[in-house]
Structures are given as C-alpha cells and as structure tokens.
Design a protein around this ligand. Structure first.
Ligand SMILES: Cc1ncc(COP(=O)(O)O)c(C=O)c1O
Length: 322
C-alpha cells in the first residue's frame, strides 16, 4: 500500500483501531421531538470501536498504567462490569497482549457475554442485586480474583481516572461540537464517571449549563442526591445505569438534578429512535433521550439539550421487544 497516498486521507485513515476511540459525532434529532421548540442532540458513543463510551475510560486507564509501570506485559486485567467496560478492556487487550477476567451480574445480555468470550476474556457470572460489600457481588468477586491472581484491578467505581477520561475527552468534545451553545446535558449514571467528568468540564466553561443525571426507577441515586438517604433498590431491566450503592467517582457537585425513568419509557424510546431517527441505541441511551423528551415537554424552551448514547441496541437484541 502507498502510505503517502493513504496519509492524504487522514480523516478516514487510522494506523490502529485504538486511534478510533473518541471524537464521536454529535447528531441532531429531527423527528422524535417534533412538538417541542427544544433541540435534542445525541453523542453517538456506540461508534467507539468496541461499541461503547467505555473505550475512552479503558484507554485512559491503560495508558496511565503503562506510563507509570503499573502493568507488566501480558498481565491479567480484572474488573467488575455490566459488560461494556469489560469489552473495552478486552478489545484493548487483544491489541496489547493482556489477559482479562471479568465478573458480571448474571442478568447481563447474552450478546455482551458472548462478545467478551469471543475476545478471549474469562467471564465469571455473579448473582444480581447483592449489596456492594457482599462477598458474592461482582465487585467483591473481581477484587478477590485480582488479589489471588496478581491481577491489575481497574476499580471503575472508585478510580478517579474514570471521570478524568471524560473531563479530558467527552466534555471538551461536547463544548466544541456545540460551539459552547449547550444548555442542558442529560446523561445516564452507572459509575457516575461520564456525568462527573463531563459535568466538571462544562461547568468550568459555563456554570449555567444544567447537568441532569438519569437513572431507572428503582435505582438509589436520586433519593440520595435529594435527601441524603440510601433507599432499598427496586428491580429494573435497563443495563449500565442505576445501582444500589453510591460509587466513589460520582461527584454530586457537578449535578443539578437526577431524574428517574421507567423501563417501559426507556425501551419505547429505543424503538422510537430506531424508527424515527434511524439510531440504534441501547436502553441507557433510550433512558437519556426519554428523559430529554420529558424535560422538553415540561420546559418547552428554545434550548439545546445534549444526550449521551453510551452503547448500541445491537448488544441487547435478545432483550429488545418488537
Ligand atoms: C450501557 C451503559 N450506559 C451507561 C453507563 C453509565 O456510564 P457511567 O459508568 O460513566 O456512569 C454504562 C456504564 O457501565 C453503560 O454500560
């Protein structure tokens, strides 16, 4: 191949799959919110190479570990994950020669589990809904494996590099892509890494920007944010957002409000996005856009809302309804 010629096409040429992480498009919706004066945009994070926003965090953590000599060649990487962070590390490990073990709640979609295995990762399934401190929870299982096998433990719920990755990438991209004209960001909360990093960056640029967290009905963040009480977790189906404990990286200082959304509305919005916008997002993206539509209907102002679509609905084909 003539590399000089390829260089001329820099916009579409990457010397490695890892160079394709980040810089995702921001897309305006034109049909889903036809009744409102509010513009709704979405950051298409499913266009990252392993299909989710977590590629940004995994790359940032791995680069940091390699730079600081914390990871040895071929070492085992261990994490508890709802699948996407695992897929990001599995993809990076395929390129860089690390091994991976992931502890996942057993209710995670078949598609994500199969993809992890195809990437060569070992998968340990754990019961769903256990408290963080329960030794059978995915968090404690991952910690134990890391300890027993001298693994490098990612610890995304308490690793400050998680929000930092978004502070240095996702936040600036949203600011630049909107030319600073963003009024509201609606973003699902899982670890809280995305909302905390994006929120910090955008509030430093303009404290008037509203940062609104989105979680499924049954998750504990909203009540903790509003009243400081940790309620008992209820059941929800949407993957990746909502928890029964407060992650260490979730920084409420950069959040103005947290709203809840039903599984039904999240999944209906996934279908509407497919049929009205041609956008195939996962359930947490459906939740963020559903919450944006609720916000637009309630406020009906000439404003720009940015939502984040963390992954693709293709990872949940076996769970989505027609
Ligand atoms: C599908 C999906 N949506 C949303 C999130 C939440 O992102 P964050 O962990 O940055 O809060 C995750 C995180 O695991 C996810 O996998």
């Amino acid at each position: 191949m003539d590399l000089a010629r390829i260089e001329q096409h820099k916009a579409t040429f990457s010397s490695s799959i890892l160079d394709c992480i980040g810089n995702t498009p921001l897309v305006k919706f034109n049909n889903i919110n036809i009744d409102s004066r509010t513009n709704i945009y979405a950051k298409l994070e499913f266009l990252n190479p392993s299909g989710s926003i977590k590629d940004r965090v995994a790359q940032y953590i791995l680069n940091n570990a390699e730079r600081n000599g914390l990871l040895k060649p071929g070492q085992l990487i261990v994490e508890s994950t709802s699948g996407n962070m695992g897929l990001s590390f599995a993809m990076l490990s395929a390129v860089k020669g690390y091994k991976c073990v992931f502890a996942l709640p057993e209710t995670i979609s078949k598609e994500k589990i199969r993809a992890l295995k195809l990437f060569g990762a070992e998968v340990v399934l754990t019961p769903r809904g256990l408290p963080y401190s329960d030794e059978k929870s995915c968090y404690k299982v991952a910690q134990k494996i890391a300890g027993d096998k001298n693994g490098f433990y990612i610890n995304q719920y308490f690793n400050i590099l998680n929000p930092e990755a978004h502070y240095f990438t996702t936040g600036p991209e949203i600011w630049e892509q909107t030319d600073g004209m963003v009024d509201v960001v609606l973003c699902g909360i899982g670890t809280g890494g995305t909302i905390s990093g994006v929120g910090k960056y955008l509030k430093e640029k303009n404290p008037e920007i509203k940062i609104i967290g989105v979680e499924p009905v049954g998750s504990v963040f909203r009540d903790f944010f509003r009243e400081g009480i940790l309620v008992k977790e209820g059941h929800f189906e949407v993957e990746g957002i909502g928890k029964n404990f407060i992650p260490g990286v979730l920084d409420f200082n950069y959040i103005d409000e947290i709203v809840q959304i039903s599984d039904d509305q999240s999944f209906k919005t996934v279908n509407d996005l497919i049929n009205l916008e041609g956008v195939f997002a996962g359930g947490s993206g459906g939740a963020a856009v559903g919450a944006a539509l609720n916000y637009a209907v309630t406020n009906n102002k000439d404003i720009n809302i940015v939502t984040i679509l963390p992954d693709t609905g293709m990872k949940y084909l076996s769970k989505l309804k027609d």
